[in-house]
Ligand binder design. Structure first.
Ligand code: SF4
Ligand code: SF4
Length: 171
């Protein structure tokens, strides 16, 4: 529960989620920022104007999902690791997530990783599609995941990397 342990529940998520129709159009940012704190790098990082200007530095971010293209610049800029990107159009079975990752070593393309939910529990395996390293921002991992788990996953487990990717080898 948000007020108790800071973990967002289904009812919290419903307030910030894009519509089903928008999710089906492609990559979009989900901003799980529920605490009023003096912070706005997400707004400054967005070149599409999707994150609205803050009236007050303590405001919660507001996003226009129709302007967002899922570029993930805000993911790298957010010090609270509160933003991720989901793309349900990635393939028939799998979604693409872009997730902030602060641990080292950074997983690399084609590695298999363990994925965690908001409670830090392992949900499933995922496959690293791209590993984007930033010099002065948070690194971002592009991870292919089964669609049914996409909205449950919020992190890549540190030191969980499996070098072999059996699914890729079958292709
Ligand atoms: S993903 Fe890109 S376009 Fe969308 S809100 Fe973030 S910075 Fe803006
Ligand atoms: S940068 Fe992150 S923590 Fe700060 S207001 Fe934006 S979403 Fe919230």
């Amino acid at each position: 529960m948000l007020g108790k342990d800071g973990v967002a529940e289904k009812s919290d998520m419903e307030q910030i989620m894009p519509s089903h129709e928008r999710l089906e159009k492609g990559a979009v940012a989900i901003i799980e920022c529920f605490q009023e704190i003096p912070c706005d790098p997400c707004f400054a990082s967005c070149r599409k104007g999707a994150i609205k200007p803050f009236d007050n530095i303590n405001d919660l971010p507001k996003i226009d999902f129709d302007l967002c293209d899922g570029c993930s610049l805000c993911v790298a800029a957010c010090p609270g690791l509160a933003i991720f990107i989901v793309d349900y159009t990635y393939s028939d079975d799998n979604a693409l997530l872009k997730i902030p990752h602060e641990f080292v070593p950074l997983p690399q393309k084609d590695e298999v990783v363990k994925l965690l939910n908001r409670n830090g529990e392992i949900v499933c395996d995922g496959w690293i599609v791209r590993s984007v390293k930033f010099r002065d921002k948070t690194n971002v991992l592009w991870v292919e995941v089964p669609k049914e788990y996409a909205m449950d996953i919020r992190a890549v487990a540190p030191n969980s990397y499996i070098i072999e990717n059996p699914l890729r080898k079958q292709v």
